[in-house]
Design a protein around this ligand. Sequence first.
Ligand code: ADP
Length: 551
Amino acid sequence: MGNRLSFKLMGYLTLIIVIIMAVSFSWDVREQNKQIREELLEKAQLITSQFLSMRHFIAENQNRINYDTDGHFEFKHLNPAAVGGGVAEIFNEKSSYKIKQTRIDFRDVKNAPDEFEKEVLNKFATEKDLTEYWQETTLNGQRVFRYLYPLEIKTECIDCHGEPKGKIDISGYQKEGYKLGDFGGAISVVLPMNRFLANLQNNIYRDLGFMLLLIGLTLGAIYFIMARMVTNPLTQLRDQTKRFGQGNLEVNTEQINAQGEIKDLTKEFQNMAGQLNELYKNLEQRVAMRTKELAAANKQLEDHHDRLELINAELERSNKMKSQFLATMTHELRTPLTAILAFAEITIVNENLPQQARNNLKDILEQGSGLLRLINNLLDMAKLEAGHEQLRLIMVDMLDVFSTIEATCAPLAERKGIKVIWNIDKDIPMITGDEEKLQRTFLNLVGNAIKFTPEGGEVKVTVENYHNKEVVVKVKDSGIGMGSEQQERIFEMFYQVESSDARRFKGTGLGLALAKEWIDLHGGSITVDSEPGKGSLFTVILPLRSKGEGD
Ligand code: ADP
C-alpha cells in the first residue's frame, strides 16, 4: 500500500514538475532566441554606421585628397565607393562578418548583388519608407543574419553619379544621371549565426541537465520524506490491521513512528482494537454459555423425540391389535347371536306360548336385532380400517332402496308422531353401486333425522336426478341440530354430540362414519348443514357410475 501511494504521488508530482519546467524552458529558449536576434541586429547596425561614417569622411575630404598644396588637382581614386570597397575587403578578410556596397547597376563587379540583395534592393527602390531590412537565411549552407541599409543620393554623390547621364565622370565611369534624394544602392552586412546558435544549444543542454537534476533531487527528497512520515507508519499500521483482521486481537501501535494525523489514527486504532478485544472476550463467554444451553435443550428434544417414537410404535401396535380384536370378536359374537335370533323367531310363532314368554321373546328379538346391527357396524368398521372393504357393485334402483327405507322407518316415525315427506323424482336413473351399503347409509340418515327430531316434528327426504349425471339425496329434519364444531366431527368414528339433548338418544356414533366411508368409496360426497335447535340438512351426491368402475 505504502509503495503504491508514494508511486502515485511521485507520478503526479513528476508530471506537475515536468509541465512547469517544460513551460519555463520553452519560454527561456524563446527569450534567448529573441535576444540573439537583437544582438545580431545591433551588431549589423553598428558595423554599418561605422562604415557609413568612414564613407562620409572620405566624401567630405575629396578636395584635400585630390588637390596638392599648390592647388593642383589630381584625382587619387579615393572616393567613398573606392575607399569603402577597399576597407570592406580588408574587414572581410579579418573578421567572420562580411560587409559590402551594392547596387543593381553596379560599376565594380565586386559590388554585384546576389539574389537576396537584388530582392531587397528592389524593395528599397519601391518602398521609400523602408529605412533598413534584415532577415535570417541560409547562405552557402550556413545560417546567416543578413542586414541591408539603403543609401540616398547626397550632394557629394552628384559629381560622379549625377547628370547628365552617360557623361564620363572623374573616375572614368559613365554617370547614372541620379538626382539629389534618389535611392542609390545599399550597404549589405552578413553575420554568420553558427557561434550564436552553438551558444544557444549549449545553454539549452545546460538548462535541461539542470532541470533533470532538480526533478531528481525534488522527487528523491519527497520520496524520502513521504516514506518516513507517511508510507512507513501507514504500512506498519496496515500490517497491524491485517493481523487484527486475521484474529490476533492484541494490538501494539506504540513502536509505529508516526506524526500528526497518522499518529492520531494509530491511537484511534489502538483504542478501537482494545474495545473490540473486550467485546470479543465477552462474546466468546456468552457464545460458550449459549452453546451449552443449546446442547442441553437439544438433548432434551432428542429424548422427547425418542419417547414420542416409542409411544407412536406402541400406538400403532395397539391400533392393529384393536382392529384384529374387533374382527375376531364380532365374528365370534355374530354367529351365536344369529342362532339365538333364529331360535327366538321360530319359537315366537308357537301359538301355545304363554303371553309372558312371548313378551320376553319379543324383547330378545328387539334387543338382539339392535345388538346384531351394532356388531355388523363394528365388523364393517373393522373391515374398513383394515382396508379390506370392497364394494359389491350392481345396478341399483334408488326407488327400490327408498321404498324399503320408507317401510322400515314408517313405524318409528308413526310412534313419535313425526311427519315424513318423501319427495322422490320418478325419473331417477339406475346407478352402479353397492345396494346394501347405500341402503344402510340412507337408512341411517333418515333414522337419525327421525331419532334427533322431537315428537311432532317433520322430516323431508328429497331424491333428485341431476342432469343424468348425479343423484342428489337430501335429508332434512326439524330436530335438535348441532353447532359448526360438531358438524366437523360427526363423521368421525364413535363420535356423538355431547349435549343434554343428544344424550337422550341411544346410539354408537358409527353410522355416519360408515356412511361417509361408503359414499367416498362410491366416488360421492356427504355434507351436513345444521344449526342448533333449528334442524339439520344432510346432502349426499352420488355419481351414476361409481369410481373405479370401468366403462
Ligand atoms: P349414532 O346416531 O349411532 O350416535 P351417527 O354416526 O349416526 O351415530 O351419528 C353421530 C352423531 O351425530 C349422533 O350421535 C348425533 O349426535 C349427531 N347426529 C346425527 N344425525 C343428526 C341429526 N339429524 N340431528 C342432530 N344430530 C345428529
